[in-house]
Design a protein around this ligand. Structure first.
Ligand SMILES: Nc1ncnc2c1ncn2[C@@H]1O[C@H](COP(=O)(O)OP(=O)(O)OP(=O)(O)O)[C@@H](O)[C@H]1O
Ligand SMILES: [Mg+2]
Length: 280
């Protein structure tokens, strides 16, 4: 199989089978390609294989079949996986796994230990905590931070070695809506400003809408792929999925909205309708 550096992640018929009696196909011939600088989300029901996919991509788990290339490198041929992970991948998990006895800054320094001089580690940790809006909490212990703040420290830690790829498993799962939205804004900024590639597993459609492409998994397979458009386009897509929405789009049920909306809202809807109908 040829490797292609254009893809940060490329898989060929990736399998991860558990058990030896009744086999569980956690991954079943998964083929994906993710380019540098993409912000992709992965959705799907519980047990569909999302975490398994992230773990295999990040070399925390080994596939039972198929190939996976990260930055053109076949993971099966890498002997020093610890070094590979330190160089190439940042992980953000729902349980942020910060060490409770270390300060925020020290937690961010951990991944740099061993290959970045101490003075530089401290400086970089400070910059990263500043980037995630935690500069004023650097010397706090995790127990002295809110859930959202801990999650931001975990992100700073994931970025410590400047990985080209960050894998996030339900990073907003333990956050309230406002903190979840703020976190996604941060990931989007990092994606746009630093070109970091993100793969974000989520159950939350609002989180997925903040990404540019959604891979949908079911029974270990990628069953669908959605490209996310602009917010207006997304609203229209939702309308097209409901009967009432379709009737309104066709202009036949507009009076239903007239009672419910203010005149300025109605004007906006009519404008959107003319754009939509012009398009379709
Ligand atoms: N260590 C394991 N041993 C056996 N089966 C496993 C193991 N880990 C995961 N599985 C099974 O593999 C399938 C996929 O699990 P995975 O954790 O990837 O799902 P998920 O999509 O992340 O689900 P959730 O949304 O609940 O986190 C499930 O059927 C699960 O029970
Ligand atoms: Mg999971």
């Amino acid at each position: 199989m040829s490797e292609n550096k254009a893809w940060v992640i490329e898989t060929h018929d990736l399998d991860r089978v558990y058990g030896d009696g009744d086999l569980i196909r956690a991954l079943d011939k998964v083929n994906i390609r993710i380019a540098a600088g993409e912000l992709v989300s992965v959705m799907g029901p519980s047990g569909s294989g999302k975490s398994t996919l992230l773990n295999v991509i990040g070399a925390l788990d080994r596939p039972t079949g198929g190939d996976i290339f990260v930055n053109g490198e076949n993971l099966a041929t890498i002997t020093d996986l610890d070094n590979f992970r330190a160089r190439s991948v940042g992980f953000i998990f729902q349980l942020h796994n910060l060490l409770p006895t270390l300060t925020a800054r020290e937690n961010v320094e951990i991944p740099m230990t061993g290959h970045v001089p101490a003075a530089e580690r401290g400086k970089r940790a400070k910059e990263l905590l500043d980037l995630v809006g935690m500069a004023d909490r650097m010397n706090h212990l995790p127990g002295q931070l809110s859930g959202g703040q801990r999650q931001r420290v975990a992100i700073a830690r994931a970025l410590a070695n400047n990985p080209p790829l960050v894998l996030a498993d339900e990073p907003t799962g333990s956050l309230d809506t406002a903190n979840g939205q703020e976190l996604m804004r941060l990931l989007r900024d990092l994606n746009e400003e630093q070109g970091t590639t993100f793969v974000v597993v989520t159950h939350d459609p609002a989180v997925a809408r903040q990404t540019k492409r959604v891979l949908v998994m079911q029974d270990g397979k990628i069953v669908r792929e959605d490209i996310i458009g602009s917010p207006d386009e997304e609203d229209l897509k939702m309308w097209r999925h409901s009967n009432l929405g379709k009737q309104i789009l066709a202009g036949t049920e507009l009076h239903l909205l007239e009672e419910k909306l203010s005149s300025s809202e109605l004007k906006a809807v009519k404008k959107a309708l003319s754009v939509a109908n012009g398009k379709s």
